[in-house]
Design a binder for this molecule. Structure first.
Ligand SMILES: Nc1ncnc2c1ncn2[C@@H]1O[C@H](COP(=O)(O)OP(=O)(O)OP(=O)(O)O)[C@@H](O)[C@H]1O
Ligand SMILES: [Mg+2]
Length: 280
């Protein structure tokens, strides 16, 4: 039977598994695209259920590479070593494990929603399709659930019938967000969810993510060059530079007491941090 949406408990995997065990654990992850350049080096992290973890750093620091490694979407030429355990299952070198969990247990929201959405299908149909294909719903019931999912990201009812090009950039990003959460995945990875948007739409999408974080049981991996966005959503974060973690900790500490000069520079680049924290 299909699971009730939206507020069902996250799928905690095989019965009997320790609920306090990490949901996602990377150990000594290394990714290279060519002989010359290491995109990610010796990356380790632990994300627990219901937690939101941030990856912050400048362009090219390896953030998206980590997201793609988790999703099994790295290009063919990429060389990967180390370990990524999802709910205790090794993903590196096990394409079949990835295919079992992709979208259903882990989903990815990208910077440009246009990439995630099918231009020739209405928003409602695209979401309904997920329920039909992954959960065996009838189209009627799937469409009803799609509307409820769109409600959850505060899109108007009419949005279900709209095609992607008929929505604003901010609305499209919410529609993509609705798709990413439609199957109540245990982990939602958001990669630069607001960078393509103007300040006002970016703020609305950030607020939406904050509120989803409160309402869903999913864990989040939030990727951004903007430490203030990460601070709004995440508990802990890693600061990355040139493929390496330079500092990791509670976001509040990173902002108020950055240890690494690079973290301090990221904090100082943000004019005002959420909650009016003093810094600098
Ligand atoms: N498909 C690819 N082929 C070759 N090199 C790549 C590829 N994708 C990324 N790289 C390189 O890997 C490094 C890390 O890139 P990545 O996209 O992970 O950075 P990022 O932190 O996500 O940057 P941004 O903030 O700009 O999105 C960069 O040096 C980049 O040039
Ligand atoms: Mg990126």
């Amino acid at each position: 039977m299909a699971r009730e949406f939206p507020l069902d408990a996250a799928d905690t995997g095989p019965a009997g598994r320790d609920p306090s065990a990490p949901l996602l654990e990377a150990r000594a992850l290394r990714v290279t695209y060519s002989e010359r350049e290491v995109a990610v080096s010796d990356f380790s992290m632990i994300l627990r259920r219901g937690e939101a973890f941030g990856l912050v750093g400048e362009s090219g620091s390896g953030k998206s590479t980590i997201a793609l490694a988790v999703m099994g979407l790295l290009p063919r030429q990429a060389r990967v070593s180390g370990s990524i355990l999802f709910d205790g299952v090794e993903l590196i070198g096990h394409r079949e494990s990835l295919e079992r969990i992709r979208w259903r247990r882990v989903s990815l929201l990208l910077q440009d929603a246009m990439n995630a959405l099918n231009p020739v299908m209405s928003i409602g149909e695209q979401i309904a399709e997920l329920y039909v294909f992954h959960e065996g719903e009838s189209w009627g019931e799937a469409s009803r659930r799609a509307e409820a999912t769109l409600d959850l990201v505060d899109l108007p009812r009419g949005a279900a019938r709209a095609f992607p090009h008929e929505l604003s950039g901010g609305q499209r990003q919410r529609a993509a967000m609705a798709m990413a959460m439609a199957l109540s995945p245990d982990l939602i990875i958001v990669d630069e969810p607001t960078s393509a948007l103007d300040v006002v739409s970016a703020d609305m999408v950030a607020r939406e993510l904050q509120s989803l974080r409160q309402r869903l049981h999913s864990s989040f991996l939030v990727i951004s060059h903007d430490i203030s966005l990460v601070a709004r959503i995440c508990d802990r974060a890693a600061v990355m530079q040139r493929g390496r973690v330079v500092e990791e900790g509670a976001v509040r500490d990173l902002i108020t007491r950055p240890a690494a000069p690079y973290t301090r520079a990221l904090v100082e680049a943000v004019p005002r941090l959420p909650g009016g924290e003093e810094h600098g």
